[in-house]
Ligand binder design. Sequence first.
Ligand code: AMP
Ligand code: MG
Length: 297
Amino acid sequence: MNLTKELQTAIEAVRKACALCVDVQSTLITADTVVKKDRSPVTVADFGAQALISAHLETAFPSIPLVAEEDAGDLQLDHNRQALDNVIEHAKKIDSSANGSQIIDAINRGSFDGSDSGRYWVLDPIDGTKGFLRKQQYAAALALVENHQVILGVLGCPNLLYGQSAGDGAHGCIFHAARDSGAYLIALDAGQTELPVHVDEISAPSRARFCESVESAHSSQSDSARIAELVGISQPQVRMDTQCKYAALARGEASIYVRLPKGEGGVSNPERYIEKVWRHAGGMIIIEEAGGVVTDL
Ligand code: AMP
Ligand code: MG
């Protein structure tokens, strides 16, 4: 399957979104945060990133629909007028032709519900708004699904180091994968060459490092510590926000990622926990193409 145009388009779209996120993060103030009905903070960058990616995908592939996290309903409320103006201002810096109604339309184009056949894009414009607000890890996560299978994924991780040690220079990574074509890392600033990535080769669980959420409300850290103990893992865990964990695994920085949702609808009340496709689709294919395995619990 030749996905060259799809992959190129997805990388360009994610690069634009990351540029907007970096810009918003450098000027972040609390007025940029809107509280959604589920009380999660959603920032100007979530909306702006979704608008830019959606518009870019629509231009290249007008007939492929989009399943995305945000909708512009809250942004259109009177008391969020300032936030909308901020979205427009930041989007215009990346794409000078952007205007208010196009931005609203582009965000709302992400309301597709998915289908059993054909293709659709899947987008979390910012996975981990909490990490974004803490100025730690967050990711723009995009995937292409065909006939129920993820066939392409791109993760933009603006705060992840390109090299694996602090002295290694640039922040900002884009990980990408297309089905049966391997997984790769490129620098967000496009200055470095594309590197193939592979999961680590550790076979003894005792030598593995596992990673988990920073937010203890998202995943049971005590249960994962217990699992680690039972498996004999002696290395300290790596706590990281978002699908950046998939990126860390894909390049062998950690070996295992356990997610044990809890709290409202979590482990204690699993029938109420609804997982969202955009929280995993992009990261999943990057792991699989890097030689790893993704399963449910
Ligand atoms: P992480 O940084 O890995 O914890 O992941 C951030 C993701 O967790 C975001 O996509 C959130 O939407 C999602 N999330 C929010 N609340 C919960 C919860 N109670 N359990 C699991 N995931 C959650
Ligand atoms: Mg999000």
